[in-house]
Design a protein around this ligand. Structure first.
Ligand code: URP
Ligand code: ZN
Ligand code: ZN
Length: 479
């Protein structure tokens, strides 16, 4: 049977448990290293053949002529249904992973937060209660260790070897709820290294930030602008440098999440002089938005996130960092809150729930601002939007590439189609967009996840429960 992508929908809903085959014809296949025109043949969940003019009869054919055929995006930094600052992030596993699929992201990694005084296992059970059977797209977890002690230490090996959760998040800020001190950090690093895991870090100096927040509040400076002014570049540069030193001392692989600025990237640059490898993630917002958005009244709360948006010079540093191989991943730190939730801080910036929505916009914005504006190549785009995250977090080559034997997680992308981002049309469960009215060139047309067409013609073809938990392997210290 033959069909074009727009005629797929009427039977995809019946095929979830039957082995189907799909032939994607004549697309321009882009991986982190390759760029060629070919057909891609998929059987069940897996890519079985790639080649020019494949003569294989498939259940479905999708014509991808003139389109890019790329690995599904991987966003390794999202917060779904997360209890935070007295409320919950507004996308749950269903709405968040579905919105991710609409935007070409087929796998996300979410953060479990340990409650201080409780075990890692009890946090995992709590998160499973929210995620099990609810995800539409594939997902995995990082485990945030907020209380490292003799009991927590005993749980690390089990998480890596049994649960397939191989990365452990640490916070150097948010004192009282999430932050650990350097003593705990070194202890955790030693244990994680021993068992083949990796430490993620929110690298900002929490004590210094708390000092500045208290100072601004005591002076009656309460608008969102003071969120930004309470987290100057030095707070991030200092913590990034300290983290790199501790990782070097312990030999533990380290990954700095949401790095925003020149000072912090220079700390990493310095670490590479001693041949230390520290992985770096930035997020799409830090590449394309800047702190001038805080120079308005409460509207600026839409972009209250930690670290805050920075300066134009930092954007230049981050784009250059991608091309220099110092910045390895572009994620989102998707942590959406409804406007009503943001209003919790209308009289006090320190009570505005921190975070912004982007899970659906990352791939298209990075393409439009990065590839279409000539800042990064197509191969670099795939590398930082998908492949590197798969490699760093132990999912490669199952995820993150188009290769024989890999999961058929594929985005068929029109590099020229223009459209406008808006809360009126997005699928994230949030009533505003951080990118309202933004003109984007490049559009996700069809998305496959494990061999199933999940998005086609602006429609989602699967429902909650389709998304699977991805158990991850021990991690590589280098990519
Ligand atoms: O503002 C942010 N980033 N919110 C989510 C929590 C975190 O720090 O990643
Ligand atoms: Zn963070
Ligand atoms: Zn985050």
């Amino acid at each position: 049977m033959k069909s074009t992508s727009s005629h797929i929908s009427h039977f995809t809903s019946h095929i979830q448990h039957i082995t189907m085959s799909i032939l994607i014809k004549n697309g321009r296949v882009i991986t982190a290293t390759d760029d060629y025109v070919a057909d891609v043949y998929i059987e069940g969940e897996i890519i079985k053949a790639i080649g020019a003019n494949l003569k294989i009869q498939a259940d479905q054919e999708i014509d991808a002529k003139g389109k890019l055929v790329m690995p599904g995006g991987i966003d390794p930094h999202v917060h779904l249904d997360m209890p935070f600052m007295g409320t919950y992030s507004s996308d749950n596993y269903e709405t968040g992973t579905r919105a991710a699929l609409f935007g070409g992201t087929t796998t996300v990694i979410d953060f479990i937060l340990q409650t201080q005084g409780k075990s890692l296992q009890s946090a995992l059970q709590e998160w499973k209660g929210r995620s099990d059977n609810n995800a539409v797209g594939d997902y995995s977890f990082h485990m945030a260790v907020t209380d490292f002690n003799e009991e927590t230490k005993k749980e690390i090996q089990h998480f890596i070897e049994v649960e397939g959760i191989t990365s452990f998040k640490t916070f150097m800020a948010y004192k009282g709820a999430l932050m650990i001190d350097d003593r705990q950090m070194v202890g955790l690093m030693q244990e994680v290294k021993k068992h083949g895991g990796l430490i993620n870090v929110h690298a900002t100096n929490g004590d210094m930030i708390d000092f500045l927040i208290a100072k601004h509040k005591s002076e009656g400076k309460l608008s969102p602008l003071y969120h930004y002014l309470s987290q100057p570049e030095v707070t991030e540069a200092e913590a990034s440098s300290r983290f790199a030193d501790l990782a070097d001392y312990t030999g533990c692989p380290g990954y700095i999440v949401h790095l925003t600025c020149e000072g912090a990237l220079n700390a990493v640059r310095f670490a590479t002089r001693r041949n230390q490898h520290v992985f770096v993630e930035t997020c799409i917002q830090y590449l394309i938005l800047d702190a001038s958005l805080y120079e308005q009244n409460f509207e600026g709360a839409k972009w209250v996130m930690s670290p805050p948006l920075r300066e134009k010079k930092d954007q230049e540093t981050l784009w250059a960092g991608l091309n220099q191989g110092l910045v390895n991943v572009v994620a989102t730190d998707h942590c959406p809150f409804m406007w009503e939730q943001k209003l919790m801080g209308k009289d006090d910036f320190s009570k505005i729930p921190n975070g912004h929505p982007a899970i659906e916009n990352r791939m298209e914005l990075l393409f439009s601002e990065g590839v279409n504006k000539g800042r990064i190549t197509l191969n670099k785009y795939v590398e930082v939007a998908s492949t590197n995250a798969a490699k760093i977090f132990g999912m490669f080559p199952k995820k993150g590439t188009i290769a024989i034997g890999s999961d058929a997680d594929i985005v068929i992308f029109d590099p020229n189609e223009k459209h406008t981002l808006s809360a009126k049309t997005h699928h994230m469960n949030v009533d505003y967009s951080g990118y309202e009215g933004w003109e984007v060139k490049g559009k996700v047309k069809t998305v496959l996840l494990r061999g199933q067409v999940v998005i086609d013609n602006n429609e989602c073809k699967v429902s909650k429960g389709y998304g699977q938990f991805v158990k991850r392997n021990k991690v590589a210290g280098k990519i």
